[in-house]
Write a protein that binds this ligand. Structure first.
Ligand SMILES: Cc1cc2nc3c(=O)[nH]c(=O)nc-3n(C[C@H](O)[C@H](O)[C@H](O)COP(=O)(O)OP(=O)(O)OC[C@H]3O[C@@H](n4cnc5c(N)ncnc54)[C@H](O)[C@@H]3O)c2cc1C
Length: 350
């Protein structure tokens, strides 16, 4: 990577006029939230921007009711509870939070500060940390009659609240980890679960497959797909078919859970001039991003799932470490007299 010249620092009076933040974190997922905490601990004026209406990233949006087992200090924690704790910690130093705002444009002002434009506002910041995870993610939708019509009224792509499936006859569509995890999670509370998969090979942990085939009460149909959904105001029936013979079966169901994968879209980030490797932003050890010519982009860092480097492992545990590094380097960038190492949090009295 090419070295960059000393960053220019916007004068203070100018900063107040433009409401200039020390650091803006795009992405309020677990990594962005921890970054906000750390930046607050480093007494940086901090802002979080997220396109979703709530904080928590994938933990809240994709798997709130699943257990996470690999968070230090939590032998087993529900993703939602982990997110709520991370939100509490992330908001500890009162960062400004801008929700339902998609960061559309990023550019450098002539004085070296960074301007982020969303559909609602223009944000000014001395440094930027991109913690946008997989980008704007959305579930792959199934294009079968009745599916769109009953979405939210019996057809679901997410389980936001497990209790709403209690006592229900559930059809789960899919053969990946999510489909099997939900079968496992919902079996104790559902009246019945049927799982259909369009092939005979699953994309899931062996242990889950063994549970499905040998130990569960789930009725499984391989080579089957959802043909259409029927009902009167809410889901009453799912018509499934064998994709080899086209033979149909009618299942009386109350809820259909579609787990056919997610598509992630980097969206506007592609246009920011940041160098990308696939859907990731390559970073150096300081978590700095580069421009398309391989020069360090002044004041721009990336951390969490969106960032990549040799040996990268996409986990919350690694992402939160990355954003500590990014925050501390951003701190010394805007205040060259600041120490890189912040000291231990256990020395604080909060
Ligand atoms: C089913 C499932 C189970 C998992 N289980 C585990 C586990 O057990 N342990 C583990 O460590 N990891 C697990 N993961 C992975 C973990 O969730 C991710 O590594 C983690 O969420 C990454 O955090 P992040 O903050 O980098 O990104 P995200 O959580 O993806 O958050 C990014 C945020 O950025 C926002 N955003 C994106 N683009 C923009 C934009 N242009 N403008 C504004 N906002 C934007 C998004 O809305 C999102 O809220 C799991 C993932 C899945 C899908």
């Amino acid at each position: 990577m090419t070295a960059v010249s000393e960053p220019k620092i916007a004068p203070l009076e100018d900063a107040v006029e433009r409401d200039l933040y020390d650091v803006t974190i795009i992405g309020g997922g677990p990594v962005g939230l921890f970054g906000a905490f750390y930046a607050g601990m480093r007494q940086m004026r901090t802002k979080i921007i997220d396109s979703l209406p709530e904080l928590g990233g994938q933990l809240m949006a994709l798997y709130p009711e699943k257990y996470v087992y690999d968070m230090p200090g939590f032998p087993k924690v529900l993703a939602r509870d982990l997110a709520l704790n991370m939100i509490e910690q992330g908001l500890r130093f009162n960062p400004t939070v801008c929700l339902s705002e998609m960061a559309l444009k990023m550019e450098h002002a002539p004085d070296g500060t960074i301007v982020i434009t969303t559909q609602k506002a223009t944000h000014h910041t001395r440094t930027l940390i991109i913690a946008t995870g997989a980008g704007a993610f959305s579930p792959k939708k199934l294009d079968a009659p009745g599916v769109a019509e009953f979405e939210g009224r019996g057809v679901f792509y997410f389980v936001r609240n497990k209790a709403q499936f209690a006592g229900k006859r559930i059809l789960i569509v899919g053969g990946g980890d999510s489909a099997l995890d939900w079968a496992m999670n919902l079996e104790p509370i559902a009246e019945s679960i049927t799982l259909i998969h369009r092939r005979d090979k699953f994309r899931c942990h062996e242990e889950s497959l063994d549970w499905l085939m040998n130990r569960s009460q789930v009725t499984t149909y391989l080579w089957h797909e959802l043909g259409r959904v029927e009902g009167n105001g809410c889901v009453e029936r799912a018509v499934i078919f064998d994709n080899r013979t086209k033979e149909e079966k009618v299942l009386e169901v109350d809820a259909i859970l579609l787990n056919i994968g997610f598509s992630a879209d980097l969206g506007p980030i592609k246009e920011w001039g940041v160098r990308l490797e696939g859907n990731s932003i390559p970073v150096n050890r300081l978590m700095q991003a580069e421009d398309r010519n391989g020069n360090i982009m002044q004041g721009v860092y990336a951390a969490g799932d969106i960032s990549t480097y040799e040996g990268k492992i996409k986990l919350i545990a690694t992402g939160v470490g990355e954003i500590c590094t990014a925050v501390c380097h951003a701190k010394t960038q805007i205040d060259p007299t600041a120490k890189l190492f912040p000291g231990h949090s256990s020395n604080l009295s909060l």
